[in-house]
Design a protein around this ligand. Sequence first.
Ligand code: 13P
Length: 256
Amino acid sequence: MRKPFVAGNWKMNTNSYSAVALAKDVASGCSDIAGHKIDVAVCPPFVYLQAVAKALSASSVAVGAQDLYFQQEGAFTGEISASMLKDVGCAYVLCGHSERRHIIGESDELINKKVTAAISGGLLPILCVGEKISERETGQTEQVVARQIEEGLAGLGAEKVSAVTIAYEPVWAIGTGKTATAQQAQQVHSFIRKLLSQMYGEKLAQEIRIQYGGSVRPDNAAELMRQEDADGLLVGGASLKKDAFLAIIQQAAEKG
Ligand code: 13P
């Protein structure tokens, strides 16, 4: 039985005041939702991680970072290591988010180093994958997602991969208001689980959580979560509004 997992990716939003206020609102809202039925995390910008972690320290809501660098320390100006993230209270870290792949230009090889460094540093990576609209329209969705997973997890044995969550976020659904239908999401999630089963065996494939992300809202969360292989949601825009985010968490918790 996979415990539902909802994470809010705040992207490059909030400020020192609103980040802490939002975190506190999420924490108090989550205390009313049966905490043991669902895992919840928020991923603020780097500079607010410590303040948000402090605000959430007595709550069931975990903190995640939006990225990391794969080196442990040294002359890497502007970068942040796994140990720094651990040090300020992070449990999770996003790796290979679509915006980092397609705006910043991160490769599968770099993302693999980040996933590996995250696990070595004691963090739980959320490996984000997903096809562009042109790739979907030319029938390449499975090929693209398989490459991102195989290369993203390269060199990691089953023991390490058990720390990973996969987030399927079709690029065309991110920030566009155009959600994948629940059937489209399920099709890819089920493909991902089969692929994981081929790579690591059925037992581990059944344990790994697969989130859906891309224009998740309170009005589509329940239907997405009803799909067999939907184990959670990675929420962007709606995670910045406490009522919307809490409504999404509530619906995901019902699967728990
Ligand atoms: P939106 O929910 O704003 O579409 O963003 C999804 C996302 O990229 C989460 O990581």
